[in-house]
Design a protein around this ligand. Sequence first.
Ligand code: PLP
Length: 386
Amino acid sequence: MNLSKLSSVVADSATLKINAKANALKKQGLPLIHLGGGEPEYPAPKAAVEAILAKAKTEKIKYSPTTGTVDLKEAVIKYTKDNYGKTVEAQNIIISSGAKQAIYNFLLAAVNPGDEVVFPVPYWVSYPEMVTMVSGVPVPVKPANGLKVTLDEVKAKITPKTKAVMVNSPSNPSGMIFDEAFIKGIVETCEEKGIFLLMDDIYNKLVFGGAECPVAFKYAKNADNLVVINGVSKLYGLTGLRIGWAVSENKDLIAAMGRMQAQTTSCNCDISEAAAAAVLNGDQSVVTDLKAQLEENRNALMQELKQIKDVGVTVPEGTFYTLVDFRAYGKNSMELAQFLLEKALVAVVPGDAFGLDGYARISYCASKNNVVEGARRIRWALDKTS
Ligand code: PLP
């Protein structure tokens, strides 16, 4: 049977490929260290666990309202006020099965075939694939220097065919934050050009050393073109709940995203919605604790990486990833990731999945011991090659 053309162009997830190899090595009993993951290892917050148990005890596990429960939307209204100083209503919000579905709903609702969607390199692996899946044209913008594109570099890629710009800050995979001048500039540019701006803020509270993420809403004069994405996966380590959301002043856009969701997944898992509302309304010391642990891990990892000969290290300002420049070792990203897996028994994600060949993404959301030991093994393996 012939499969769709789309099925042959949408790439397999690079993370999943490395994971499969890593798991095979683990099965052989080898002491593998996994620094490729995109989720904190720590246990779920108690508030989430209690809400899940309480919901199960009601013996009512049913379809919930398509765009999210009243309770969770109220929690998101509060979150948006507390974190962005922005007042929104229920019709400005759609809850989805993860931030990923919220982004995909946006693309389904906004992009026509052939429309261009511009985003900085390095990018989150799913952006180009999702744009392709809605028959749009992905337009990645490579920085001439370092790991952060400039406003001018992004502006240069905006054409009459551009429908949207997507910005993820701090960035998965680099951990870099786009500064105020960039965010203000991109908000103004998208307003002037009449194109959508999607801010993927999924890591915006996981920032270190007093750093802050500039808030796009602050600069928006007419926020109808702006959509902001968030979720509980990263902030509370609740990747398995599959709860994320989009907020926009543009109620027509949110309603259109709701129609996409209604015809694909119908609604979210109502147990997950109860748990997400509970963590958002619950004790936020879980976030403070997670941030403190991640910052400690980041600092320990940086110390180790800086001792490796000929690698380019940029200190991440947030997230739980860093993108390391291994180009001096003359391997492409996949060769390098495979080499590190086989020789050092350390799993990392190849940089070409994020648009930068010769780099690798290293996660520091594993235990501190594993993060440090993993970096030491990488140094040991690379030392032997030179
Ligand atoms: N956006 C970015 C930049 C991410 O890194 C991820 C997950 O890795 C997501 C969105 C999706 O998160 P969720 O688990 O809420 O679907």
